[in-house]
Design a protein around this ligand. Structure first.
Ligand SMILES: Nc1nc2c(ncn2[C@@H]2O[C@H](COP(=O)(O)OP(=O)(O)O)[C@@H](O)[C@H]2O)c(=O)[nH]1
Ligand SMILES: [Mg+2]
Ligand SMILES: [Zn+2]
Length: 332
């Protein structure tokens, strides 16, 4: 079998590493049928074509998968596969946020992959020790390394993890320094770096797609764009969902099936608020979410209706045009 590894994925076009070459690859029809395409990190079987081109026949069994649920649907999005280490990168500048760190840790935990927290830009930190103490409060047993990708300070720590044959991925928001770290590990400037750090976090995002690199020491590294612009880490929705599910769980015990969880007798949700298992705020959020859902659903149906009308209109315009053609032909 000819085995390669997906290093870049763009819808239906892929770059695959094979035999120290990079091949442009498409996929067999069965992928299109299943609407399930290879992901960055996948090992695949290949049919080699001329001119460094190939067709991906099959995705080989994935050792690990990093994924998250899309905010709206039950659809899951795969971030990378066959990863041995997750580095959660956070800059010790405006990027620093313990609650975001917690969310990334949750994502990593769900994938059951060894995780390392990277606090980058120590050259900018005024009081590194207190920042480290704060971080220690949320990371638990997860190792933390504090580095500076631009000065090179402590960067050798990465080499304890990125070894020949192992694959690491850099996660974290845009501007945290992932591409700068990638370049350091590559020992060359392959990834473009944000030159100016804009305060409004809407700065230029130079890394636009996930990409797997082979490091000089034989390890693999996947650089990713910040997840916000990828639309994958809508964590507020995730938090809300957890609360939602918790409350729905209690509601199974309500006396009446159509309980409004507001003032009904025998309401298990209100009892949970009484007992402290659910906070007032969580319940208020839950009601808000329900109202939003109802609103979105009604909007969806008007959008669908509009779409239907437009189709009808287009159909009748087409019909009228055909009629006109027929008429004009009829004249001759
Ligand atoms: N002062 C300082 N700046 C850094 C460090 N690492 C990265 N940067 C800067 O932070 C900005 C964003 O870096 P980049 O690697 O593009 O972040 P990415 O979006 O996570 O890939 C760039 O201007 C980098 O030069 C660091 O350790 N110290
Ligand atoms: Mg980048
Ligand atoms: Zn109830």
């Amino acid at each position: 079998m000819t085995k390669g590894r997906v290093i870049e994925a763009h819808r239906t076009n892929f770059t695959v590493a094979f035999d120290n070459r990079e091949l442009l690859a498409t996929v067999r029809g069965n992928f299109h049928v299943a609407k399930d395409f290879p992901k960055v990190g996948d090992y695949v079987s290949l049919e080699l074509l001329e001119d460094d081109k190939a067709v991906i026949e099959e995705v080989l069994e994935r050792k690990t998968v990093i994924k998250r649920k899309a905010a709206d649907a039950d659809e899951e999005q795969i971030i990378a596969t066959n990863v041995d280490y997750i580095f959660i990168v956070m800059g010790l500048d405006g990027d620093y946020s313990l609650s975001r760190l917690e969310r990334y840790l949750l994502l990593a935990q769900q994938s059951a992959i060894d995780t390392i927290v990277v606090l980058n830009k120590i050259d900018l930190a005024n009081d590194l020790n207190s920042l480290l103490r704060e971080a220690a409060g949320v990371v638990g047993d997860t190792p933390v390394i504090a580095v500076s990708a631009t000065t090179g300070s402590n960067m050798g720590e990465f080499l304890n993890y990125v070894k020949s044959g192992s694959t690491a991925v850099l996660l974290g928001s845009s501007g945290a320094g992932k591409s700068t770290i990638t370049n350091w590990l590559l020992e060359e400037t392959k990834q473009e770096v944000n030159e100016t750090r804009l305060d409004d976090s809407r700065g230029r995002h130079t890394t636009t797609s996930r990409q797997l690199f082979t490091l000089p020491n034989g390890g693999y590294l996947i650089d990713t764009p910040g997840m916000r612009e990828l639309g994958v880490l809508d964590t507020d929705a995730e938090d809300e969902l957890a609360v939602f599910e918790k409350i729905e769980q209690f509601s199974l015990e309500c006396k009446f099936n159509d309980c409004d969880h507001e003032k009904s007798v025998g309401c298990a949700v209100l009892a949970a608020v009484e007992s402290g298992a659910v906070t007032e705020r969580e319940l208020a959020n839950y009601h808000k979410l329900l109202r939003e859902r109802a609103f979105l659903e009604s909007k969806d149906s008007t959008a669908a209706a509009r779409h239907h009308n437009q189709n009808q209109k287009r159909q009748s315009q087409k019909y009228a045009a055909i009629q006109r053609q027929k008429l004009s032909r009829g004249k001759y």
